[in-house]
Design a protein. Structure first.
Length: 195
């Protein structure tokens, strides 16, 4: 089982069928909040829908040779949301990352830390060269995460997603493995300097 401990409160763990009820309840409790930017919520109406999603993520483990493409974000042992690679292009070593967090877990820095951990996983374990994050232009909370983590804003895809009753444009953020390594090295050097 995949388990990546980020700090004393936050960890990433592979999803399993036993998570179906907890993940479904989190989704339902946050449904109105999440619907502003996530287009799949109308397809999640019963626990079986969540179970099917988890089964699909487990098939993704086979595609990657034993590495999960998605994970539960745990906060103090509870599922707070999910994170994963919506697409992985093995030939070009590109992963397109997506994430969401339940309403009650917002504002604690959980998602930034989870993304940082999953980026490490993507570059170090999946051997990706490039990670992309695509975010609806108006979703400032979600856009702040790649901006905070050193991604480059690379452009806009117009009318990239149909969101219930309107189209939204997507902003594309990209991060390369060597950029991530350089940023880590710079941050480590700053941390070592006496204050």
């Amino acid at each position: 089982m995949f388990l990546y401990k980020i700090d004393e409160n936050i960890a990433l763990r592979s999803l399993n069928i036993n998570d179906s009820d907890e993940l479904f309840n989190l989704t339902m409790n946050s449904k109105d909040y999440l619907k502003e930017w996530l287009g799949w919520l109308d397809y999640t109406n019963k626990v079986e829908d969540t179970r099917e999603f988890i089964q699909a993520t487990l098939k993704g483990v086979i595609e990657t040779g034993g590495y999960p493409k998605s994970a539960a974000i745990l906060y103090q042992g509870k599922i707070a949301g999910t994170i994963g690679f919506n697409e992985i292009n093995k030939l070009h070593k590109i992963g397109v990352m997506g994430y969401w967090l339940g309403k009650e877990f917002q504002g604690n820095g959980i998602m930034t830390k989870a993304c940082k951990g999953f980026i490490e996983y993507g570059f170090n374990e999946l051997n990706l060269n490039r990670i992309e994050i695509r975010v609806a232009e108006g979703n400032r909370k979600s856009r702040a995460i790649p901006e905070r983590l050193g991604f480059t804003e690379e452009g806009k895809i117009r009318q990239a997603e149909w969101l219930y009753d309107h189209y939204v444009d997507h902003i594309i953020y990209g991060l390369l493995a060597d950029e991530w390594a350089k940023n880590k090295q710079v941050n480590t050097q700053h941390a070592k300097q006496p204050s």
